[in-house]
Ligand binder design. Structure first.
Ligand SMILES: Nc1ncnc2c1ncn2[C@@H]1O[C@H](COP(=O)(O)OP(=O)(O)OP(=O)(O)O)[C@@H](O)[C@H]1O
Ligand SMILES: [Mg+2]
Length: 486
């Protein structure tokens, strides 16, 4: 532990610009991805120093790791351990050496990506031509996030909203964690709707003829669902209903000729940014108004990280089925599920034109479809809920944030937290904290599968840590759209 701490203090240094921080975070995420997805399966990892050390950081400590990408490209980084699964803590910047280079050098991301794509160990697959732009865009977004976060310093682990909006670098094993393919000509709305910049926005609203509205719900009144999903007072005329949309989704919706025709003939009315004031969560398309009983999860036909975030018709349909099953499970009192909490999703609604054919109706359904998700902060308290992805993420200086939470955590049957500086928390306390977190998560997730045949998607962005003064008590799972039944 001591030696690890010492190593950690050498890298990263604390004086870097947002651009440098973004470069490191971006390259490390890319490296994590290629180690797991390409280098391990193709047996390209070598845990030793190369014969030629010129340009390498030989004074830093750590295990040398080379990625022998091709006969003309090798990458080098220092890591904290030998890991068969590719789970390393990276202790140095990334270096590369190509063909006839005499020395190793720090990699610029554009050159790195170009070299990886040119020289990849693929025989049949051809690289995705969009990949280069997505990596660079993701890195540029990270740099602007860090610049903004340094201007208004705050603690992402302070409460739930801060944790949803403080995931500075996104998925640590994805090559394009902050790539966002906003449509051209958005006038800054992409930034307004990005969680990391800490803004609240009003959702866009449209009114539609009530005949095309469909509401599906478990144990709620349809009228109640409608009034919770959007501000119905924005449309005074009887026989019409209001639905809310992500502002960028609304821009895209308005550009479609079929929508323009319906707006022109008055069947759809554009009510502008008249909807609830809410903050975008880490997934970008789900909105959180702290005082509101529901999260609003709408469609966003924009590629975020790895896929276009549309509420597919089959997801809207399955949500209610899964919600009913989850509701029964909550009542089942299975002891293996004791530490599990679930965010209910008991309502979906959408509008589709009655005069449309099947394709048109499905298209409108996927544009306007909304899922209501329980605002679990009202049950547990916003100060006790933290997005797990942020708990295990890094701050704007690339330092892990979890140690500060562990340092102030109060274990059961103890009157106080350690109160020790972050670096001095006893190792046994750290291990106990982590055991409490893993224990709360893993047993229920395995029991859901082995006892109940339910495969959840418990990645870090779908898990919320519920803690008592920093100590893990329960884990809440959310996002039923990826749940599978066996
Ligand atoms: N550690 C992580 N694990 C998984 N996803 C992560 C992580 N960190 C950040 N993310 C990001 O979170 C998002 C997860 O997508 P996912 O499909 O679970 O959510 P969603 O369905 O779009 O919305 P919601 O979670 O609000 O229901 C992706 O954009 C992904 O890049
Ligand atoms: Mg999710």
């Amino acid at each position: 532990m001591d030696s690890l701490r010492r190593l950690h203090m050498q890298f990263p240094p604390r004086t870097r610009t947002p651009g440098e921080i973004a470069r490191h975070a971006s390259q490390h995420a890319l490296l994590n991805g290629i180690i797991k997805e390409v280098a391990i399966p193709h047996d390209l990892l070598r845990y030793h120093w190369p014969a030629n050390l010129r340009g390498l950081p030989t004074s830093l400590q750590g295990l040398p790791l080379q990625v022998a990408w091709s006969s003309s490209l090798t990458l080098f980084v220092l890591v904290d351990r030998h890991s068969a699964m590719g789970c390393h803590h990276l202790m140095s910047p990334l270096y590369l050496r190509r063909g006839l280079d005499e020395a190793w050098r720090l990699a610029d991301t554009d050159e790195l990506v170009t070299a990886l794509l040119e020289d990849g160990p693929w025989s049949e697959a051809s690289p995705n031509p969009e990949f280069y732009d997505q990596v660079l865009q993701s890195q540029a977004v990270m740099a602007s996030i860090i610049e903004d976060a340094r201007r208004r310093p705050h603690d992402p682990l302070e409460d739930y909203a801060a944790s949803e909006q403080g995931l500075w670098f996104g998925h640590p094993n994805h090559p394009t964690p902050k790539a966002r393919q906003w449509p051209q000509g958005l006038n800054g709305q992409g930034r307004d709707c990005s969680p990391e910049f800490g803004q609240r926005s009003r959702l866009h609203q449209f009114s539609f003829p009530a005949q095309g509205l469909r509401i599906a719900c478990n144990g709620l009144e349809p009228g109640e669902v409608l009034s919770q999903a959007a501000d119905q007072s924005a449309e005074p005329e009887a026989g019409r209903v209001v639905l809310a949309m992500h502002p960028v989704q609304a821009e895209l919706f308005l550009q479609v000729p079929d929508v323009a025709v319906r707006i022109h003939d008055g069947s759809i009315r554009d009510l502008g940014r008249s909807g609830p004031r809410a903050l975008p969560t880490a997934s970008m398309r789900t909105w959180h108004a702290p005082e509101h009983p529901w999260f609003i999860k709408g469609s966003l036909n924009v590629r975020i990280t790895n896929c276009v975030r549309k509420n597919a018709w089959y997801e809207l349909e399955s949500t209610l089925v899964i919600d009913r099953i989850m509701d029964r499970l909550i009542d089942s009192e299975d002891p293996a599920l004791e530490t599990l909490e679930l965010a209910r999703e008991p309502a979906t609604l959408h509008w589709a034109p009655q005069d449309g054919d099947d394709d048109q109706r499905r298209w409108f359904r996927e544009q306007t479809g909304v899922i209501l998700r329980e605002n679990f902060c009202r049950r547990f308290g916003a100060e006790r809920c933290l997005l797990a992805a942020t708990v295990f993420a890094r701050d704007t200086e690339l330092e892990p944030m979890a140690p500060s939470l562990v340092a102030r955590a109060i274990p059961p049957a103890s009157a106080a937290g350690s109160g020790a500086p972050v670096g001095d928390v006893p190792e046994a306390r750290v291990v106990d904290w982590y055991k409490a977190y893993v224990g709360a998560l893993v047993e229920p997730v395995l029991a859901l599968y082995f006892r109940h045949g339910i495969v959840v998607e418990p990645h870090l962005q779908n898990c919320v840590l519920i803690h008592d003064q920093g100590w893990p008590r329960r884990v809440l799972l959310r996002d039923f759209e990826g749940v599978k039944l066996t």
